[in-house]
Every structure is written in structure tokens, then in C-alpha cells.
Design a protein around this ligand. Structure first.
Ligand code: FES
Ligand code: FES
Length: 127
């Protein structure tokens, strides 16, 4: 299977790889796995007091499409509010990266990971 140029670019130069300290204020962590292939994606957001995502990090143990999907979504969420981040659909990612049908679940993983990160943030920072 041939990867698109955008997948290869994100795979070779992944943006925002790494992690934040989970206990740090403003950090939300989402960890999801893909039952289809056993891959795991961890995605973290750092949110400012006014509810805007300042920064994001990811670690993905998976295929090139999963790495590219998580790299792309960490770029997309920066500067967005939590609700705007929740509006990102896997179809947007799949379209941007020109993912073939067998790799759609990799983009779903990224959508699920950002949702989980927002939920974790909201749970931790509910007052
Ligand atoms: Fe596991 Fe994609 S099948 S890396
Ligand atoms: Fe399973 Fe990409 S995450 S093949």
C-alpha cells in the first residue's frame, strides 16, 4: 500500500511528539487503543485558564497512518477551544491525509484520543 506524501511527511517529521506531566495543571490525557490492530495512541492537551488549547503532545505505537493522524491532530487543536477540538472528525483527518479505506480506523483513533483528552481535562478541572 502506498502512503500519501502528507502521511510520509508527518511520519518522517512528526509534530509535537512527547508528553506532559499528567499532574500538571491544565493537562488532559487521552489514551486509546485500536481493537483492529492493537495500536495505542496517547494524546495530551495543555489548556489555558480561559479554555483554549495552548499545546499538545502525542505518543503513538502504531502504523504510519496512526502516527500521521496523531501528529496532524496535535497541530490542529492548538489555539482551539475544547468544543472546537471536539468538532474535529476523523473524516477531516482521513481526507487531509488521503487515507485509504483500510486505514480509516487510524484516523478514528486520533478523534477518539482527542475526545478522551478533553474528557480527562474536564473531569480533572471540574469545579
Ligand atoms: Fe497495527 Fe497498523 S495494523 S500498526
Ligand atoms: Fe491500526 Fe493504523 S492504527 S493500522
Amino acid at each position: 500500500m502506498a502512503y500519501s506524501d502528507k502521511v510520509i511527511d508527518h511520519y518522517e517529521n512528526p509534530r509535537n511528539v512527547g508528553s506532559f506531566d499528567k499532574s500538571e495543571a491544565g493537562v488532559g490525557t487521552g489514551m486509546v487503543g485500536a481493537p483492529a490492530c492493537g495500536d495505542v495512541m496517547k494524546l495530551q492537551i495543555k489548556v489555558s485558564a480561559d479554555g483554549v488549547i495552548q499545546d499538545a503532545r502525542f505518543k503513538t505505537y502504531g502504523c504510519g497512518s496512526a502516527i500521521a493522524s496523531s501528529s496532524l491532530i496535535t497541530e490542529w487543536v492548538k489555539g482551539k477551544t475544547l468544543d472546537q477540538a471536539l468538532d474535529i472528525r476523523n473524516t477531516h483527518i482521513a481526507q487531509e491525509l488521503a487515507l485509504p479505506p483500510v486505514k480509516i480506523h487510524c484516523s478514528i483513533l486520533a478523534e477518539d484520543a482527542i475526545k478522551a483528552a478533553v474528557e480527562d481535562y474536564r473531569t480533572k478541572h471540574a469545579s
